[in-house]
Ligand binder design. Sequence first.
Ligand code: 6PG
Length: 246
Amino acid sequence: MTGTIEVLADAEAVCRRAAEGFVRSAEAAVGARGRFAVALSGGHTPRRLYALLADPAGPYRAGIAWDRTHVFWGDERCVPPDSADSNYRMAYEALLAHVPVPAAQIHRMPVEQPDGAGAYARTLRAFFGAQPPRFDLVLLGLGPEGHTASLFPGSPALTEATRWVVPVEVEQAVRHRITLTPPVLNAAGQVTFLACGAEKAEALRGVLGAERRPSHWPAQIVQPADGALLWLLDREAARLLPSHRS
Ligand code: 6PG
């Protein structure tokens, strides 16, 4: 099951569609449970989404009960929170500095701690209880080789069945990272991927193709057991998908 795939004109349209979905998820979660728990993604693609959500003149900001919103991350690079490589910093600058989310409801991954993954698992347990965390919304991106969050091809984290958060070492500029694991991603109520640009086209052909090879295409591992899966792609990213070739 690949979920629902929506192909939009460009990255701006993808981010606007994602912002609408964010508002809908927040409204539904606050209506049902009195709070909205979201895991943000890193990378560059969601920056515009975060700016749209924060824009006081835009159509999205007022639709979100920020005081009922609890913010987490899907993965983080082990760099100081003010580093240009920090996923926290990107989300803070683009979104969190501009909306009234109480500081105590912003749950940054504590990458500076010796066991930051264990500490974050305890944070999740304190918030969600003993069951695998059921985020109302998990935002994810896609790397050009098919990784998502910090689940990279061949990584032991891909088969992690018990722990909710693990440290990983990856072949990227920032080698040490912390990531949520498949059991947590797959317990979410809604998972939304954002992928834009021609450099994502090969990975999307693999991830959304018929052959199941999650050790090679890690994003295939994301299959919410009792939740919705949505892929928001721009035309460039979707150009190698059979039904979207232009
Ligand atoms: C990270 C990520 C990662 C990201 C993809 C896409 O910390 O790097 O969370 O999984 O979402 O690599 O990144 P871009 O949006 O920059 O292409």
